[in-house]
Design a protein around this ligand. Structure first.
Ligand code: ADP
Length: 604
């Protein structure tokens, strides 16, 4: 038993409880996992859209270079320089102002006389374009990206030659880190797990770094490019290019931001279909104001997007930001998963509990049965030995002729007969039980008068009971009662009940057999055998009908038995469509009732 319990604990209980504990632990992380999954998905969308915007800007840069090349097809660079501003604006609507500057610092176009816009442009840019002042421009810095969240890092494209150059530049000019204008909730949540509070100041570091440089320095040996800088806190984006035949002359354009925003707006509609209802994507400018939206009319706390990605150095501090249309939906989904998993764990734990209980109960049942079988063998051996000893002793006395008195001889013969009958009963019970267990017991059913069966059995048992000092009463109805049954089997039930009444009687030796006919609920009869003996201990009223079960064991009560008499009686009664039940008697003793259905008179 101990071994089985140990195997059960090691092989079933411990692993199951461990699994349940792991499942409960994973429940706590569900909300975080779901948010994390969703944020990765949204981050992917933001990264792709930011990349699309960078590509669109590069496309515009190429369009500008192509326009310049087109204009130069019929003119020399210096001829074109004269009316470049007006010519470019006509050809390329994205241009707000067109300019031409020599690397020496001479500005060929526009001139202050060209118009108000041109004058303002020159006031703001002439010193920078003439290399007389350095300006703060932005670089996509890998160094800065290392300090930002992992989301931003993973979203970065592989370092190109250009970013490597930027990196060299960043190192050379000592780039400073910049804090982002927006605070993406998910990057924030992730970082606050990773960083101590002392590091919190580093949390939303921009991947762009500002550096001071002159126009000539910024251009270097390149043939085209885009420069973004802030003038009076307003973004100023310049596209420029130069042609190999006149490398000293640089053609450029200041982009119109409203027109650029209109160009970028359609890109925001590229949100994957499965996310279209759940998120709104916004293009935020450097003040975190939305300049384009994927869903018109959407409102949110613009500085607190779910996730965001910076567009890049062409539009510094501009962000592609993703907002959840219904933030509660995420929490609800996490709650639903937690609930489902919680229920599964509960079912698992209940199943483990019930399974364990069933195994333990079954184990106990088998152990009890094994113990009862052992007791049965020793009880039967003892029951066989006792009558055999008496039979042998009295038959030897008679055989040796040592008993002369005829009365004594008769009494000895009576004892031998009674003990032989007891042996026969016992052996019949054992054999019948074995047949029943194997399902081989056959009944010879036929209409029979139960009153006659009870009378015959009782009368054959009467001498034995009276010899043992019992007052035996038999109350039978005068008219026959017919049942469909096997005479011998029914007689065996009555003998078993009478034999028990005799065995379990103490000082008050009184046995009564009564046959009563009842009408409800269906016509049935009751053969009751009652005594004034020990009675059945409380709690054993049903168990006494189980095989091998003995409420009064041989050791404590000194009463021999096999634990099969009542089992057989009940099985035989049930085979006849009836039942054997026990009832305690007022004033002490037991009453066993054999109930059998009666055949309706017309069928007899
Ligand atoms: P056994 O051979 O032990 O008598 P039974 O199946 O006939 O086997 O009876 C089962 C148990 O029921 C007995 O061991 C005894 O404890 C109890 N029992 C049966 N008949 C009586 C009775 N008339 N009075 C008290 N207890 C009884």
């Amino acid at each position: 038993m101990k071994k089985v319990a140990l195997v059960f604990v090691l092989a079933v209980l411990t692993p199951s409880l461990l699994l349940a504990w792991l499942a409960v632990r994973s429940l706590r992380d569900q909300q975080y996992l779901i948010e994390r999954q969703h944020s990765l998905l949204c981050q992917g969308v933001a990264d792709v859209l930011a990349k699309d915007m960078q590509d669109a800007l590069s496309e515009q840069q190429r369009a500008f270079t192509a326009k310049v090349a087109g204009l130069l097809a019929t003119k020399t660079p210096l001829e074109l320089a004269k009316g470049f501003d007006a010519a470019l604006r006509k050809e390329w609507p994205l241009a707000q102002i067109g300019f031409v500057v020599k690397l020496s610092g001479e500005i060929l176009s526009p001139t202050a006389a060209d118009g108000v816009d041109e004058r303002k442009f020159l006031e703001a840019n002439s010193r920078f374009l003439a290399n007389r002042e350095s300006a703060e421009v932005y670089f996509n810095s890998k160094l800065m990206a290392l300090n930002t969240s992992p989301n931003v890092q993973t979203s970065q494209p592989e370092p190109s030659a250009q970013t490597e150059n930027s990196l060299d530049f960043a190192k050379r000019y000592g780039l400073k880190s910049q804090v982002r204008n927006v605070m993406p909730q998910q990057q924030q949540a992730f970082l606050s797990q990773k960083l101590s509070s002392a590091d919190e100041s580093q949390q939303q570091v921009s991947k762009l770094a500002p550096a001071e440089a002159e126009f000539r320095q910024l251009i270097g040996d390149d043939t085209e490019g885009t420069l973004a800088r802030f003038l009076d806190n307003k973004l100023n984006v310049l596209c420029w290019c130069r042609v190999p035949r006149e490398p000293e002359v640089v053609f450029g354009a200041q982009l119109s931001l409203p027109r650029l925003e209109a160009e970028l707006q359609p890109l925001l509609q590229r949100v994957p279909a499965q996310l279209q209802h759940d998120i709104c994507v916004a293009l935020l400018d450097d003040t975190a104001k939305p300049v384009a939206l994927s869903k018109t009319g959407f409102r949110a706390a613009w500085k607190r997007p779910f996730v965001a990605t910076e567009v890049g150095e062409a539009l510094p501090h501009w962000e592609v930001a993703v907002y959840l249309v219904n933030p509660a939906k995420l929490t609800q989904a996490a709650r639903n998963i937690r609930l489902t998993l919680g229920l599964l764990i509960l079912v698992l734990v209940i199943a483990i509990g019930v399974g364990s209980w069933l195994i333990v109960a079954d184990l106990n049942r088998h152990l009890t049965l094994a113990r009862q079988k052992t007791d049965f063998v020793s009880n039967v051996s003892h029951e066989l030995k006792t009558p055999l000893t008496s039979i042998r002793m009295f038959s030897e006395l008679l055989a040796e002729g040592r008993v002369g008195d005829p009365a004594k001889q008769r009494s000895y013969l009576a004892i031998i007969t009674a003990e032989a009958a007891r042996l026969t009963r016992l052996i019949n019970n054992v054999l019948d039980f074995a047949r029943l267990e194997r399902g081989e017991k056959k009944y010879n059913f036929q209409p029979c008068d139960i009153v006659a069966v009870v009378r015959d059995t009782a009368e054959s048992y009467r001498p034995h009971l009276e010899a043992a000092g019992f007052r035996f009463t038999c109350e039978l109805p005068p008219e026959p009662i017919v049942v469909n049954g096997d005479r011998d089997a029914l007689a065996q039930v009555i003998v078993n009940l009478l034999s028990n009444a005799e065995k379990y009687s103490d000082r008050c030796k009184e046995v009564t057999v009564r046959v009563t006919q009842r009408a409800t609920p269906l016509p049935y009869l009751e053969v009751s055998v009652s005594d004034r003996g020990l009675g059945v201990p409380r709690g054993s009223a049903e168990k006494i009908f189980e095989k091998f079960y003995r409420a009064h064991d041989s050791l404590s009560s000194g009463i021999q038995g096999s634990g099969l008499g009542l089992t057989l009686a009940r099985q035989i009664a049930r085979a006849h469509g009836g039942e054997v039940v026990y009832e305690p008697r007022d004033g002490g003793g037991s009453c066993f009732n054999l109930r059998l259905p009666v055949i309706a008179p017309e069928r007899t």
